[in-house]
Design a binder for this molecule. Structure first.
Ligand code: LMR
Length: 326
């Protein structure tokens, strides 16, 4: 009898201890909560906390409130945060140059081809490359195709000549701006609005959802709907943390990521469309839609970037993606 009571007390204590101390996943990101990534992060939190019945808590830090771009990658490797979803353009900083294939202008002719890459063998192989950096790659999340913006009239590639353009820290994006005769200024995402406002840079590029939620339309006069390049994310975790999780939790969490990925990829295009519509209605900014001929001019102007980047990005990888497009 005494033994039974003891066992009961110990088990009640153990249960309440487990409840009192959930495993905390700190998920840091640099964009607003009402963007594709922001919404998917919140969905992951909701599902993870519900399905693990509180054994896991996910704390989300949006808008670079905890770490800026480069710092967040270091923080993940050091274990100060457990989860991130950086833009694919930022992985070159870890020496993973192949990730810059996503930055090549016009490499994806459609969303279908993009998803064949991110959800197929190529995507898996790219995520596998992270392991050597103490990171596990769990999924790709879409944002969308980028618009180009400037504070002076913008319609053709030549309009960006000598303009100072903020880019993400990617050599391929640098090459892209060089090709246009522009001057690249790599800056953290959270520094873009003040840089545009102060005139430190003249223009930038991003999908409409990022542009609108950071209020860039307030500090830019022209937005050209070029759709010249893609911006998406890899959902990554600290490898040591993830592999030390109890197996049952890991299975649940990986399903939560798969479901959040689905939500992200269902919502991303809609959010970007809504954001572009909202930019159109914003005072002081003009949205420039391109004619098919003008689009062709952009494509031709940026075509050399692919060839120039063959020394940096695996040539076979570029060829593989191009063969999907045919
Ligand atoms: C940027 O820095 O422009 C974007 O990568 C931000 C983001 O995470 O979408």
């Amino acid at each position: 009898m005494v033994k039974t009571i003891l066992v009961l007390v110990v088990s009640v204590l153990a249960t309440s201890l487990a409840q009192a101390a959930p495993i905390v996943i700190k998920f840091s990101h640099v964009v607003a909560p009402n963007t594709p990534k922001g919404i998917a992060a919140l969905e992951f939190k909701r599902l993870a906390e519900m399905r693990t019945k509180g054994r896991v808590r996910v704390d989300i830090y949006p808008n670079a409130s905890l770490y800026k771009d480069k710092d967040e990658l270091e923080a993940l490797q050091l274990g100060a945060v457990q989860m991130l979803a950086p833009s694919l353009a930022k992985f070159g900083q870890l020496g993973l140059k192949d990730y810059e294939v996503f930055d090549l202008p016009y490499i994806f002719p459609s969303e279908k081809v993009l998803h064949e890459v991110t959800q197929g063998e190529i995507g898996h192989a790219l995520l596998d490359q992270l392991s050597s950096r103490g990171i596990l790659g769990l999924a790709f999340w879409d944002n969308g195709f980028k618009v180009m913006s400037s504070n002076s009239p913008l319609r053709l590639p030549s309009d960006l000549k000598n303009k100072r353009m903020r880019i993400q820290p990617s050599r391929t994006l640098e090459a892209q701006m060089n090709e246009l005769g522009a001057i690249s200024v790599p800056l953290a995402f959270s520094d873009v609005y003040p840089a545009l406002q102060s005139g430190l840079v003249d223009g930038t590029e991003n999908p409409p959802s990022n542009f609108y939620t950071q209020r860039m339309q307030e500090v830019q006069k022209y937005v050209a709907v070029t759709n010249h390049g893609y911006l998406g994310y890899a959902v990554i975790v600290n490898k040591k943390f993830w592999t030390s999780l109890p197996g049952d939790l890991r299975v649940i969490l990986e399903q939560c990521i798969a479901d959040a990925t689905q939500k992200n990829n269902d919502e991303a295009a809609k959010l970007n469309k809504a954001a572009l519509d909202a930019i159109r209605k914003s005072p002081g900014v003009q949205v420039v839609d391109l004619t098919p001929q003008e689009r062709e001019t952009w494509r031709k102007a940026l075509a050399p970037v692919q060839v120039k980047m063959e020394g940096r990005i695996d040539r076979n990888l570029i060829e593989q993606i191009k063969s999907l497009s045919e």
